[in-house]
Design a protein around this ligand. Structure first.
Ligand code: NDP
Length: 498
């Protein structure tokens, strides 16, 4: 008989509960396919209750001074620090990233919550001079109201916290729906805020299928802002649905991130960077390095060294600190990545890997070998997001060609150039069409105090993290205070201004 897994309810209005006769789903360890926990498959009715609770809690949370909101965030960060070893392990067990990265996911959460707690003592507006005498003009930030946070599985604590901490410090209340396959990680996020003393109804948690729970959240007229991270197709659907209600929809979607390797680069440094960028988190970061664009003068040398390094790269149990790469996150991920590998075998030259790993413990999970293709620019594998441990290597003859290739994809999230030429590094900063450019570092490595987001189909113009994180979650109110005790008119001496 299969072991019974722990069952969890929804968190609505400060209470954990399962609706009567609720359908359930289980999350699974992608390294072993063992079930991890069971969750409620929420319905539109559950979303309605969660939005009602969030709407009810809004006024009081908005009126709570922002530094006091910050105190709760600081307490949440403190609790999460204490729980980091345990939560990091949950991330690794449920999502499959290696344990150092599981702990890194939690650390990123802690860093961001602390950073946002400090924002409670800023939330800056502006003071701007008036064109009239005895008139004072300023802006203040106000919360939006009830916000919907919909998150993916690849950073199962960090991405929820990027959204939740920024929304909370800004004074919003939240309905949060995590990716179904990492609901156990998301539950830890919610518990931390609950245990830190967040008032009831301020953060509500509804698990269940995106097509049901997500749709209901985006469609609810009381939800004014939707913050979504995930795939492009889903993002487009969410955007269109949100547009019907004239909502602000913040999208953070895919990438096809290039590293450009010039002939004057430090190849040893680049080797470490490309390996980490392409195969860290099994290539399932939205900033993962999925294209390596190499100058012809160093092409053979670098590719040979890269392949040699992969021979010593271990794929296996993500909880073992010596493992280089764990499984991919789910059966769906495995299927999609293997489909792309099959496409790559037809249109490009396979140089390493290209197989599902089998035998022994591999048979129990979703393990794919790190894979390298040599390809011309323009093939499907060189242009479409694969979101797995598959690197397309492209040879170019000049910096100009490298930039043209780098930019000729639908996405623009992260980018990188390895060069010792400072002039070229600065040119690349301007030339690469991406929200993020690294010089002499891989395409991954976001820091919470800097904005994160991309151009083109990577999103719709917003940024998360950094000091601008609160832009998504606040309205700017402009205030005019006239202390002249007479009617003053802007723009025209004897008429009326807008
Ligand atoms: P999705 O875009 O399907 O899922 C992201 C989130 O959206 C999940 O919480 C999902 O819920 C939810 N969702 C699904 N359908 C809807 C809907 N109609 N309305 C509202 N919310 C919805 O990503 P997948 O997990 O399916 O991954 C597919 C691809 O997306 C990946 O292979 C990758 O290319 C890309 N991706 C990009 C990420 C990034 O960081 N930019 C992160 C993850 C994926 P549920 O889990 O219940 O389906």
């Amino acid at each position: 008989m299969a072991a019974k897994v722990e069952e969890f309810g929804l968190f609505i209005g400060g209470k954990w509960a399962s609706p009567p006769k609720a359908k359930r789903f289980k999350t699974v360890n992608p390294a072993t396919r063992e079930p991890i926990a069971s969750f409620v498959s929420g319905t539109a009715k559950d979303v309605d209750r969660a939005v009602t609770a969030a709407a009810k809690a809004f006024h009081s949370w908005k009126e709570t001074p922002a530094p006091k909101r910050g105190d709760i965030l600081l307490e949440a960060a403190r609790i999460l620090k204490e729980r980091k070893p345990e939560v990091g392990k949950i991330v690794t067990r449920e999502m499959g990233k290696v344990i150092s990265e599981g702990l890194g996911d939690v650390q990123e959460s802690i860093d961001f919550i602390e950073y946002m707690a400090g924002e409670g003592r800023r939330l800056f507006g502006e003071t701007v001079p008036s064109e009239l005498r005895s008139k004072f003009c300023l802006t203040v930030r106000q919360p939006k109201g009830v916000v919907a946070c919909i998150t993916p599985w690849n950073f199962p604590t960090a991405i929820p916290n990027w959204k939740i901490a920024a929304a909370l410090i800004s004074g919003n209340t939240i309905v949060f729906k995590p990716a179904s396959n990492t609901a156990r990680c998301a539950l830890e996020v919610v518990r931390v805020y609950q245990d830190a003393g967040l008032p009831k109804g301020v953060l509500n948690f509804v698990t269940g299928p995106g097509g049901v729970v997500g749709n209901a959240m985006v469609s609810d007229p009381r939800v004014r802002t939707v913050s979504f991270t995930g795939g492009v197709e889903t993002g487009r659907e969410v955007y269109v649905r949100g547009a019907q209600g004239l909502k602000m929809v913040h999208l953070e979607l895919g990438g096809k991130n290039p590293v450009i390797l010039m002939e004057d680069a430090d190849l040893d440094l680049a080797l470490d960077g490309v390996l980490f960028g392409a195969f860290g988190t099994s290539g399932q970061r939205c900033t993962a390095t999925s294209r390596l664009i190499v100058h012809k003068d160093v092409y053979d040398d670098f590719l040979g060294r890269l392949i040699a390094r992969l021979d010593g790269f271990t794929v296996g149990d993500p909880l073992d600190p010596k493992t280089g790469m764990g499984p991919v996150a789910s059966a769906d991920q495995e299927r999609k990545i293997l489909e792309y590998i099959a496409i790559g075998k037809k249109e490009a030259k396979l140089r390493y890997g290209g197989t599902k790993l089998t035998g022994g413990a591999y048979d129990r999970g979703y393990f794919i070998s790190p894979t390298i293709f040599e390809t011309k620019h323009g093939t499907r594998i060189s242009k479409e997001e694969i979101f797995g441990p598959v690197l397309s290597v492209i040879k170019v003859g000049s910096y100009e060609k490298a930039v043209r290739v780098a930019n000729d994809v639908e996405y623009g999230l992260s980018s990188s150039i390895y060069t010792r030429d400072v002039n070229r590094a600065f040119r690349a900063m301007g030339d690469l069409e991406a929200g993020i450019t690294y010089v002499n570092a891989p395409t991954i490595g976001a820091e919470v105090q800097l904005p994160f987001g991309g151009v083109k189909n990577t999103g719709n113009g917003g940024r998360e993290a950094g000091s601008v994180a609160i832009d998504e979650f606040t309205e700017i109110k402009t205030v005019f205070i006239d202390f002249s005790s007479k009617l003053q008119k802007a723009q025209i001496e004897d008429g009326g201004g807008e």
